[in-house]
Design a protein around this ligand. Structure first.
Ligand SMILES: Nc1nc2c(c(=O)[nH]1)N=C([C@H](O)[C@H](O)COP(=O)(O)OP(=O)(O)OP(=O)(O)O)CN2
Ligand SMILES: [Zn+2]
Length: 149
């Protein structure tokens, strides 16, 4: 599993961003209940295929904070791995996003909305003000970043 570290700031108190990468597999269909079938086909094209399609998603979870002078860590990446298991893997891996995840019953399962869903799950588990960014790679070419705004 990939882990990346990036640090800035003064010598006395260093501030760092740490990232854990996690992959999961899921299928979905882009379809909005607030649009007609014709509009859905026109807007979402092949991604509106009634039987759906699959992705091997990759999510980068970045947390921020001061480097603890005793542990040398912003956060133990093993703890972050466990939060990711709860917030991402358990609800999403090997699921049909639209049918298995209640959040997407009435919310289109775009990568934008998926990033928001993952943010909302992660922020509930992490210590306050530590979550910095969720980056979701839907494909190698389609990437969405959400920072809680
Ligand atoms: N703004 C968004 N646009 C699109 C999203 C999205 O989540 N947000 N999603 C899709 C589809 O889900 C689709 O699966 C994208 O796949 P695809 O077009 O096959 O992916 P690539 O662009 O990587 O592959 P190409 O072969 O280059 O088409 C569509 N739009
Ligand atoms: Zn898709």
């Amino acid at each position: 599993m990939e882990k990346s570290l990036r640090c800035v700031s003064s010598k006395a108190e260093r501030f760092c961003y740490i990232t854990r990468v996690q992959s999961f597999s899921a299928c979905h269909r882009l379809h909005s209940k607030s649009l007609s079938d014709e509009e859905n086909r026109r807007i979402f094209g092949k991604c509106n295929n009634p039987n759906g399609h699959g992705h091997n998603y990759k999510v980068e979870v970045t947390v921020q904070g001061k480097i603890d002078q005793n542990t040398g860590m912003v956060m133990n990446l093993t703890d972050l791995q466990q939060y990711i298991e709860e917030a991402i893997m358990k609800p999403l891996d090997h699921r049909n996003l639209d049918l298995d995840v209640p959040y997407f019953a009435n919310t289109v399962s775009t990568t934008e909305n998926l990033a928001v869903y993952i943010w909302d799950n992660m922020v509930k588990l992490l210590p306050p003000n530590m979550l910095y960014e969720i980056k979701v790679h839907e494909t190698d070419k389609n990437i969405v970043v959400y920072r809680g705004e």
